[in-house]
Ligand binder design. Sequence first.
Ligand SMILES: Nc1nc2c(c(=O)[nH]1)N[C@H]1C(S)=C(S)[C@@H](COP(=O)(O)O)O[C@H]1N2
Ligand SMILES: [Mo]
Length: 505
Amino acid sequence: MTGERGHRGAAAFGGLLAAAAALGTGELAAGLLGRANAAPLTALGAAFIDLTPVWLKDFAIRTFGFHDKLVLLLGLGAGIAAAASGIGLLARHRPLWGLAGLGVLGTGTAGLAAALTRPTAGPPDAVPVLAGTLAGLAVLAAITGTVPAGRIPGPSGRRGVLITLGAAAAGAGAGRLLLGRGDVSAARAGVRLPPPADRARPVPAGAQVRVPGMPAFRTPTRDFYRVDTALVLPEVDPRDWRLRVHGMVDRPVELTFEDLLARPMAERDITLSCVSNEVGGTLAGNARWLGAPLAALLREAGVRAGADQILSRSADGMTISTPLDVVLDGRDALLAVAMNGEPLPVRHGFPARLVVPGLYGYVSATKWVVDLKVTRFATDQAYWTRRGYAERAPVKTFSRVDVPRPFARLRAGRVAVAGTAWAQHRGVDAVEWQVGDGPWRQAELAPVPGLDTWRQWAAEWDATPGSHTLRVRATDGTGTTQPSARARPFPDGATGQHSVVVTVT
Ligand SMILES: Nc1nc2c(c(=O)[nH]1)N[C@H]1C(S)=C(S)[C@@H](COP(=O)(O)O)O[C@H]1N2
Ligand SMILES: [Mo]
């Protein structure tokens, strides 16, 4: 391409090149310093989350729910590209202004990285972005200085371009590799789990209905859903891990991981589910957890009168509020260290997390937990409750048709219909299913080990040719049947009955 447009494109590209150099250098510096949260992309992402105006945040949370991370990264990438191109264009006729623009953006970001993004942040967190900014300035200066009259070099600079891009990519790669050194997989492999003092009730043989295509009663760990705000998974070394229990207590406690493992452990089957699970959704999983009962720990600390909330904090600064009365009402709230017989995977909260049966994860299931503050809802708010989600969020009764799949084509005759229902800590007492507008029929319920897991159901359908809608609804242990009224997950969980449409020939 030639002419004015071609020059402009080249100028914008020069800006992008400077940005690549800045990011690559910054990632490398973060790796050398061992500060994952100070890496430019991570710091920008976190600052972006913190600085987004409330209306935009509300929109993003309503629209993308808890799965806004990819949207965030794409938006961030677009934002960086736009700013970099703009600086390149500015530098085309006014090199000094371009350099100044890049300098201001860079130092601003560095300041944010140090001040805003994480409770553990400090001045050293500014270093990677500042180093990156210097590299970006050098590249931009070289580009704008090499040709007279502010012209940006075209394809003649191809070698320089390739070298810059290669160095930036190598820097970013090396940085991430160095951060990987903080890897706790060896420490995780070395954890020796204590035997449970209090075993789980055996899972009844029929808990898994014998219908092909049904999900497993116990979710394999590798298939377990993951929801969190972590842009980089916290790697917490169990040797450094401490749990502080403080706030409105008579005797603040500090536990090491060894102290935790030495406590009497309970083993329980508990289904965890996410508030942003939509009708028919799969943001739920059932696992066998091993952990120290949380109520006993709190009683040792001596909870003071007037407290109504536990504010838990994770190693990466996430906060979750849990109603204290729920944790103390006798249910199996656990400070869990293992999932399905193995130490928690890093993505599920290694070395320790909370699990409270009957509450959505955002008010109960803190991963990488390091701090429990006994407090009051009037005093402290948590990450999601500050954003309008409910403080009290018991899991709503949910049921799903898993088999047949939506839009399945079936042969007329006997067809197995089956699915999963849950109402943790209230239990599922009945599941009914319906074809079209026909009568509701009772499904057969599989046995369960207790009130805190999901429950599979199955039925036989004498399918006749045509297009049919299969619908399901569950009744919980309090006798309440799932309403047909549809509600979105915000602010305390979705409602509505799940249905699938199938064709019978
Ligand atoms: N530290 C931390 N813990 C967290 C979250 C988080 O963002 N950060 N998300 C919560 C939410 S919303 C859910 S649904 C569960 C999901 O747990 P899982 O990823 O192990 O399935 O974790 C909870 N614990
Ligand atoms: Mo969630």
